[in-house]
Design a protein around this ligand. Structure first.
Ligand SMILES: [Zn+2]
Length: 276
C-alpha cells in the first residue's frame, strides 16, 4: 500500500518517456549503406537489412540473402534516379539519387577493314547470332557476390581507349565505345580481375573475335574481347587472378589490345570507375 504512489509515478514516467522517444525518433529506421560512383557509367553497391526489398526507378532489384544489392548507370542515363527500400512491415523510404553527367571523347579510327565498317550481307545472321549469345550471357542473375572484393587489373599496359567515346571508323559514325582498351602484345595473359563463373567462351565472334563473359553476381558481368586464345570453358568457376585467355587482335581491331567491359544486366558500366 505504501509503495503504490511510487509505482504510479514510475508508470507515468515510463509512459511519458516512451512518448518522448516516439516523438524525437523516426517512427522506424531502415538500415542502408551505398558505395560507388554517382555518375554515368558508375556502379553502386548497396546493403540493407535482410528481408528488405529494394526498387531502383520502380524496378525490383535482386537481393542477396544478407541484403546486398547493386545498380548502375548507363552511358547516357538520366541524372535523377529513385531508390526505394521497403522493410518486412511494408514501410518504405525513398531516396533521390542524383548522378553527374559526363563528357565523352570523340575517337577517329582509320584503316579499319571495310568488312567491319559495313558488314557484307552474308555475315548478318552470324552477327545476329553472336548478339543473342552475348545478351544471354549478360542476362544471368546468380547470387554470387564476387564484386565485394577489390578488383585487379586484368593486363598491365597503357590505356589506349576509354569508355564512352563516340567513334568514327574510316570517317563513318558508329556506336560509342563501351570498353576500356589496354594495349599489350598478342599472347599476353589476361587475368580475371574478380572471381566468377564463365557464361560465354567463344573463339571467334564477328566483331569481338575471341570473347569471354564472366558472371560476378546480381547481374554484374565482365567481358574480354579480341583475344587470341580463350583458355576457359562455359560454366567454369574462375578464381580471382586466374589466367582466362590471351591478348590478341581478333575481330574488328587495328592492333593487339584487351578490350575490357562491365555490364549490370544491359547497362554498360565504365571499368575504369570500378577499378577505384
Ligand atoms: Zn575497344
Amino acid at each position: 500500500m505504501l509503495n503504490q504512489p511510487l509505482i504510479h509515478r514510475a508508470l507515468w514516467l515510463s509512459i511519458i518517456l516512451s512518448l518522448f522517444t516516439f516523438l524525437i525518433k523516426p517512427v522506424f529506421a531502415i538500415e542502408l549503406s551505398l558505395s560507388g560512383d554517382y555518375t554515368q557509367g558508375g556502379l553502386i553497391i548497396g546493403k540493407t537489412d535482410e528481408g528488405n526489398t529494394v526498387t531502383f526507378n520502380g524496378q525490383q532489384l535482386q537481393m542477396s540473402a544478407k541484403g546486398d544489392f547493386i545498380f548502375g548507370f548507363g552511358r547516357d542515363d538520366k541524372l535523377e534516379h529513385v531508390l526505394e527500400i521497403t522493410n518486412s512491415d511494408k514501410k518504405s523510404v525513398k531516396h533521390m539519387i542524383n548522378i553527374a553527367k559526363r563528357d565523352y571523347k570523340i575517337q577517329r579510327i582509320e584503316g579499319v577493314a571495310k568488312k567491319y565498317v559495313s558488314p557484307p550481307p552474308e555475315v548478318l545472321s552470324r552477327i545476329k547470332q553472336d548478339n543473342i549469345q552475348i545478351a544471354n550471357a549478360r542476362a544471368v542473375r546468380s547470387d554470387r557476390l564476387d564484386f565485394l572484393s577489390p578488383m585487379l587489373k586484368p593486363v598491365k599496359g597503357p590505356i589506349s581507349g576509354v569508355y564512352g567515346s563516340q567513334r568514327y571508323f574510316n570517317g563513318e559514325p558508329k556506336r560509342p565505345h563501351y570498353g576500356l582498351d589496354i594495349a599489350a602484345k598478342t599472347g599476353t595473359p589476361v587475368a580475371a580481375p574478380l572471381a566468377g563463373k564463365v557464361t560465354l567462351a567463344h573463339a571467334d565472334m564477328y566483331y569481338s573475335g575471341g570473347t569471354i563473359i564472366i558472371d560476378h553476381g546480381l547481374g554484374l558481368t565482365s567481358t574480354y574481347i579480341h583475344l587470341s586464345a580463350v583458355d576457359v570453358m562455359e560454366n567454369q568457376e574462375i578464381k580471382q587472378g586466374q589466367v582466362i585467355g590471351k591478348v590478341g587482335a581478333t575481330g574488328r581491331v587495328t592492333g593487339p589490345h584487351l578490350d575490357w567491359r562491365f555490364n549490370w544486366l544491359d547497362k554498360r558500366l565504365d571499368p575504369a570507375l570500378l577499378m577505384n
